[in-house]
Design a protein around this ligand. Sequence first.
Ligand code: DC
Length: 218
Amino acid sequence: MRINIAIDGPSASGKSTLAREICKRLNYIHLDTGAMYRCAALHAERTNTNINDDDELMDMLDTLNIELTEEGKVLLNGEDVTDAIRTNEISMASSNISTKRIVRERLVEMQQEMAAGKGYVMDGRDIGTVVLPDAEVKIYLTASASARAMRRYLENQKRGIESNLITLKNEIVDRDYQDMHRKYSPLRQAEDAVLIDSSDMTVTEVVDEVMRIISGKI
Ligand code: DC
């Protein structure tokens, strides 16, 4: 039996890594909804959209086409933006644009269409609460801000990007605050989600724990 799996949690908590690993083991499809808000932010920037003006936002959304490929690439109107959406600037811009109701409505609609069947692992902030409220497995993955900043720092180091640990931690705290306190679909744990704090866990430990939860459902 195939099911849908919702993973929510704050930024840099390891949601995408976990989602990818589960997909490998179950041969499921990963839908990274954060990448979609990042595409919206990049497209808004490129089209000089004033995100505080709903008419301009609507025009921007009407020319926004997002594809998430099976190989993990992100295409914005056909262009590969997989790396371009990962900058610090776009991280904060995506958090800003995600506070807008019409942006959320449009993207949630796209996400529900993408995961119309079963066999999806979707990660984001409102998957268990809004996008897939009927998902058979819901995980709320978190970790301390320090642990998340350290992971980002090491990730950047590996990719040859210089970063400052304190700046990274401040950015994470700011984005958490905005994502948790916005008016529309703020980040929160769904009542039926399982909480996993990965601060002191390895990736394998987290994946094994989630696979145990999934086995109980399929
Ligand atoms: O998961 P991420 O860091 O790539 O997400 C970028 C931003 O997009 C995040 O700060 C908030 C927003 N987001 C959202 O509001 N809802 C989602 N389901 C996914 C992301």
